[in-house]
Design a protein around this ligand. Structure first.
Ligand code: NAP
Length: 340
């Protein structure tokens, strides 16, 4: 049987994506076959489109780490799932629980193994997780990378407490999840954005304070003022080298910076790290999370009745437009490709 799949045929942006026909994957023992119903796009997928990244499969690579769908067949020895179960993929297929290990890099969807932008995916049974009741496939597809990353940053590694202050940079996928989760946990969230309209939406979602980083380039000073010269307990650092210096200025004594993103590039930061020392603060590298993190996130979403924020949904045929929409950075939250 044949299926449709998008592949990165050559690097250099969305024009390198092609829609091809491939055989539906055959099941091995211990694997499940998922009929994909929705995929979400992450900034990482744009990076994979643009150039060959270390550790990634060469073209033709099926992009996208994040997908959700229903199980349509199970291989021999599968014990956890049955046909009809609604599942989402995990970002690191083999990271079930416990600390990270370098070997988990060998199975990251849309990178070192093929991703979810296709009609069917076969994967080992530990590589999928149940979709919380009450979430649609579109919503579930937003969770594996951005949702789990925000969870690991704030809860698993950050041990967020009610009343803590959180600074979320920008209003992309990871940051809007951080806002929703931290607000639900009783934290006070400061959101930055280049857009006042997006900041208004952030306030509707519970942001305590907002700062436009375009009209207030010294946003670190503004955060300092807002927190009455205390700083924030947690920074969700998605910017990287171009924002880290200001994040260091904005962190409180004993605070935590979750270093997540590369929105300003992969280069070295031109900043002093001394604020970490002077404030007994912590800088933590975060790379998504485990199956156990995902499970804890799902339980929290159910408990607090949180629905992921989807900016826009595209059809499978419009997948190129979904990537272009993300590149335009006009979105708030997540971008989804729906496969009926
Ligand atoms: N380490 C990990 O596990 C992990 C996991 C997920 C993502 N990431 C990384 O985290 C970053 C965000 O990913 P994403 O998928 O959430 O991206 P996204 O949805 O594309 O987020 C884009 C948004 O980020 C904001 N932004 C861009 N440049 C900024 C800057 N200089 N300062 C503050 N905000 C800025 C903008 O928000 P406004 O429009 O509001 O200004 C922009 O719309 C990416 O670098 C991605 O590779 C890492």
């Amino acid at each position: 049987m044949a299926m449709k799949a998008w592949v990165i045929e050559k690097h250099g942006g969305v024009d390198g994506l092609s829609l091809v026909e491939q055989p539906v994957p055959e099941l091995s023992a211990g694997e499940v076959l998922v009929r994909v119903r929705a995929v979400s796009v992450n900034y990482r997928d744009l990076i994979a489109l643009d150039a060959q990244r270390p550790g990634n499969l060469p073209p033709p690579l099926i992009p996208c780490s994040d997908g959700a769908g229903e199980i349509v067949a199970i291989g021999a020895d599968v014990t956890r799932w049955k046909v009809g179960d609604r599942v989402a993929g995990t970002f690191f297929r083999d990271w079930v629980a416990g600390p990270f290990h370098q070997k988990y890099h060998q199975a990251a969807g849309g990178g070192s193994i093929h991703g979810w932008l296709r009609e069917y995916v076969a994967c080992p049974e530990q590589g999928v997780i149940g979709v919380p009741e009450g979430l649609s496939f579109d919503e579930a597809a937003t969770l594996p990378c951005a949702g789990v990353t925000a969870w690991q940053a704030l809860f698993t590694r950050g041990a967020l407490r009610p009343g803590a202050t959180v600074l979320a940079l920008g209003t992309g996928g990871v940051s809007v999840f951080a806002l929703q989760l931290a607000h639900a946990a009783g934290a006070k969230v400061i959101v930055t954005s280049s857009s006042d309209a997006k900041l208004a939406r952030a306030r509707e979602l519970g942001a305590w304070e907002t700062v436009n980083y375009r009209t207030t380039p010294d946003w670190d000073k503004e955060v300092w003022k807002i927190t009455e010269k205390r700083g924030v307990d947690h920074v969700v650092e998605v910017g990287g080298p171009g924002t880290l210096g200001k994040s260091l200025n904005a962190v409180a004594a004993g605070g935590h910076i979750a270093l997540i993103g590369v929105l300003t590039g992969f280069g070295p930061p031109d900043v002093s790290l001394f604020p970490l020392v002077a404030r007994n603060a912590r800088l933590d590298g975060i790379y998504v999370g485990s199956w156990a993190d995902f499970q804890a996130l799902n339980a929290f979403l159910t408990e607090h009745q949180i629905h992921p924020i989807i900016d826009r949904t595209f059809t499978f045929d419009q997948s190129r437009d979904a990537f272009s929409h993300m590149k335009g950075a006009g979105h708030f939250g997540k971008i989804v490709i729906s496969i009926p």
